[in-house]
Each structure stands twice: as structure tokens, then as C-alpha cells.
Design a protein around this ligand. Sequence first.
Ligand code: SAM
Length: 239
Amino acid sequence: MRVALVTLFPETLGLVSEIGVTGRAVRDERLNITAINPRDYTEDRHRSVDDRPYGGGPGMVMRPEPLAAALEAGKDYAGAGAPVIYLSPQGRRFDHARARELASLPGMVLLAGRYEGVDERLVRSAVDEELSIGDYVLSGGELAALVVVDAVSRLLPGVLGHEDSASEDSFAQGLLDCPHFTRPEHYAGEDVPAVLLSGDHAAIRRWRLKQSLGRTWERRPDLLEDLQRTRALTAEEQK
Ligand code: SAM
């Protein structure tokens, strides 16, 4: 997958491109990612990317022209048809389902805002989708963009080995993941559940499924309702 991140802070890319699973995906060239700085697309002496808001008020607004040029460069990198996604607290909430859809694309262009955000005309003319990572306001879109890149990269074919496959992670099957344990066998007054030491793989699978269902029931009953709705729809379609 080819990802272009339009940002005033290209150095933030290191958080995904240099470490962990995503860093390995970059080294293996399953993930190609670049940062494009709108400041490199300014034409004035001060290389200004922001200006005062019309109508007054606090803060600055990102100017549309350097952003439009940077997004064009991003599209050249990410490939034809790559969606332009503006990370914004006003966007649709990013979730596992959207991560999976994005992981099936060959590329995407992410736009990280700063200050009070970007000129609305740029959003209307050059952005395909707005995504939020939650109901709070960050100082900039970089962390949100990196959240999207990380979640999407894990779902790219070959990025996770069999051992840490994403298929049993929370949300993959519509449930939360089961609890995990490692050595020592006894810790903080608690033993590792005996079934995990039994070597009985069928029993371990059943125990894990039961734990997943229990946790989801306790912590996120909304996910079980979603699963029930999906099942009902599928049954209806098969009639
Ligand atoms: N004035 C804007 C508003 O209230 O909607 C907030 C601007 S915020 C200080 C600066 C930038 O951070 C935004 O342009 C956006 O790119 C990013 N951002 C802030 N919160 C975000 C969130 N919850 N999800 C995604 N991006 C966010």
C-alpha cells in the first residue's frame, strides 16, 4: 500500500516508519509511506501556510493553495484513485470496519490539519472523506493519521505473521479478544487458568471463545447487538 501524509511535521512519520510492526512493513515494502510538507508548495518569501480567519476570532487557518498542491503530489505518490482523507474531529468515527476497507485499497492520501483547521473550500474541493479518531480535539492531525496508518497496516497481507495474526484481535470477529497470559504460572496471587496448560487445543479454543463472549457482553454489549443485527440481515438475504 502507498500512503502519502500531508503534514507540516514530516518528522512525525518516524513513529510508524521506524518502529515495530509498521516499521517492518516499511522495510519489507508492504507499506510505502512518505510525508509531504505543504510548506514546500508555498510561493511567498515567508513560506506561509496559514493566515488569519475571515470574520476574526482566535487562531489561524491553513491556506488552501499550498495544501491543494501538496495533496496533488500526494495523489501522484499514492496512485490513481487513492482517496484523500482529512483527519478531523468533525469526521465520521474511524473504526475496524473502515480500517479493513482502507486496507483493501492500493493507496491513500492523509491530510493532517493544524491551527484551527483548513480552509473549508479546500475540504469541499479536494477531500473525499473526513475521519475522526474520537470525540476530543487534538492539536494536530498527525497522531490521528498515524493511528489510521497503524490500524490499516496491521491488516495488510503478510504484515503480521501467523503468530500475531490480526484475525483474533478485538473487533476482527465482532468480539473483544480473550485475556492472555505468559510466564510465570503464578503471579500476583493468581494462577494461569489450568485449561491453558492442558495442551487440549479444542478445550483452549472453547475457553477463549467463552472469555471473548463474556468480555464483550460485560464491556461492549453494543458489539453483540451489531453481530445479531448482521446475522439477522444475512439470514433475511439468504431467504
Ligand atoms: N477547530 C477545529 C474543530 O474544533 O473542529 C479543531 C482543529 S484542531 C486544533 C487541529 C487539527 O487537529 C484538525 O485540523 C485535525 O486535522 C486534527 N484533529 C483534532 N482532533 C482530531 C480528532 N479527534 N480526529 C482527527 N483529527 C483531529
